[in-house]
Ligand binder design. Sequence first.
Ligand SMILES: *[C@@H]1O[C@H](CO)[C@@H](O)[C@H](O)[C@H]1NC(C)=O
Ligand SMILES: *[C@@H]1O[C@H](CO)[C@@H](O)[C@H](O)[C@H]1NC(C)=O
Ligand SMILES: *[C@@H]1O[C@H](CO)[C@@H](O)[C@H](O)[C@H]1NC(C)=O
Ligand SMILES: *[C@@H]1O[C@H](CO)[C@@H](O)[C@H](O)[C@H]1NC(C)=O
Ligand SMILES: *[C@@H]1O[C@H](CO)[C@@H](O)[C@H](O)[C@H]1NC(C)=O
Ligand SMILES: *[C@@H]1O[C@H](CO)[C@@H](O)[C@H](O)[C@H]1NC(C)=O
Length: 334
Amino acid sequence: MTMQVGRKSCWKQLQASFFRLLCLLPTGFPVRSVDMQRTTDNITIRQGDTAIIRCYVDDKVSRVAWLNRSNIIFAGQDKWSLDPRVDLVTKGQLDSIFVAFVQVDVYDEGSYTCSIQTKQKPKTSHVYLIVQVPASIYKVSEDVIVNEGSNVTLSCLASGRPDPIITWRLLNPSGIGYRFSAGWEEFLDIIGIMRNQAGRYECKASNDVATPDVKYVNVVVNYPPTIQKIQSSETPVGRVGMLQCDANAVPKPEFEWYRDEKRMTNTQSINIQMLGTTTILVFSNVSEEDYGNYTCVATNRLGIQNASVFLYSESRLAVLSGVLLQPVDKALFK
Ligand SMILES: *[C@@H]1O[C@H](CO)[C@@H](O)[C@H](O)[C@H]1NC(C)=O
Ligand SMILES: *[C@@H]1O[C@H](CO)[C@@H](O)[C@H](O)[C@H]1NC(C)=O
Ligand SMILES: *[C@@H]1O[C@H](CO)[C@@H](O)[C@H](O)[C@H]1NC(C)=O
Ligand SMILES: *[C@@H]1O[C@H](CO)[C@@H](O)[C@H](O)[C@H]1NC(C)=O
Ligand SMILES: *[C@@H]1O[C@H](CO)[C@@H](O)[C@H](O)[C@H]1NC(C)=O
Ligand SMILES: *[C@@H]1O[C@H](CO)[C@@H](O)[C@H](O)[C@H]1NC(C)=O
C-alpha cells in the first residue's frame, strides 16, 4: 500500500478538482478513452438486481475515476467506496471498465460519473441509475358491512417506483366485473351504496416493473326485505297444497306466516318450511277449512314486509263466483 501517503497529500492538494485525483492511479494502469457518443445514459434496474455501469475507454486515455455524486468510488483500480456491494470489473481488452453493484437499492439511484483523462484534457461521462421497485400494496381496507344508502370509502395504499397506478373493479357474482376508476385512485368513494354494488372489490396496483399486486375487499350491503314472489295456489280438497313466498334481504330474512291476524305454527297437517330466502307453507291434506287468506311476513333488522296469498279451490270459486266476487277474483287470483 505504497499509494496511501501519496493519496492523502494529493487529496488535500487537489480537492478543488477531482480530475486531478487521477494522479493517484498507478502509472502502469492501462486505460483508454471514453466513448464520447455516450455521454449520458440512463440505466433502469430493479431493486435487488445487479447493476453494471460501463465506461468506454480507448488507448488515448491515461486515467479513469468513478464518482458517485461528489464521492469517489474508484480512482483507477483503487477502491475508495466503503460499500461492499461495489466492485470494479475490467473485461476483455479493457475497452470498457465497469462498476458492478450487487443488490441495488433505491438509495443507489442517481448520477454516476466516469471521469477520464486523455492526453489533452479531462472528460466525463454520466450514467443515471434508475432503480425500480415492483408495485406492492401495503395497506388495504378491511372487509366492510354497511347499510344500503351509506357512503363507503375503500382504500388501497401501494408503494413502488415509479408510483403505481391503482385501479378498482367490482367482481360481482354475475361475473360482470366492471371498472370503477383508473388513475391515482388510492381511495374509492361510493356515495349511497346500492345492493347491486355489494361484492368483492379488487384493487390492483401496477407500475409495469413486475406483475401487478392485487388485493381484495369484500363489501356486504344490508337492506330490508322485499318480497319478490308470492303465489296463490289452487288446490282441491284431499291434495297436498303449497304456498310459497320469496324475499330478498341482507342479512337473510326471518319468515312468519299468518292466517288472517293469527300467527301460524306447525300442526299435524300444516308444515312451515324455511329454505334460505324462501318459505313454503305445506298443507299435507287440504280441507275446506284451509281455504283462505294467508300472509307471509319477512323480517330482518333493517325492516319488515308482508304479502298475502290465497289457498283456494276451483270448484269453490265456481260456486261462489258471481257478480259480487268477480272484481275480487281478478285482483287476487292473477
Ligand atoms: C434519463 O432520465 C431522465 C429522467 O430521470 C430523463 O429526463 C432523460 O431524458 C433520460 N435520458 C435518456 C437518455 O433516456
Ligand atoms: C454514494 O454516495 C452516497 C452519499 O452521497 C453514499 O451514501 C453511498 O454509499 C455512495 N455509494 C457508493 C456505491 O459508494
Ligand atoms: C354521503 O355523501 C354525500 C355527498 O358527499 C353527502 O351529501 C351525504 O350527506 C353523505 N351521507 C352520509 C350518510 O354520510
Ligand atoms: C285427507 O283427509 C280426509 C278427511 O279428513 C281423509 O279422508 C283422507 O284420508 C286424508 N287423505 C290423506 C292422504 O291423508
Ligand atoms: C289478507 O290478510 C291480510 C292480513 O290480515 C289483510 O291485510 C288483507 O287485506 C287480506 N286480504 C284480503 C283480500 O282479504
Ligand atoms: C302487513 O303490512 C301492513 C302495512 O305494510 C301492516 O299494516 C300489517 O299489519 C302487516 N301485516 C302483518 C300480518 O304483519
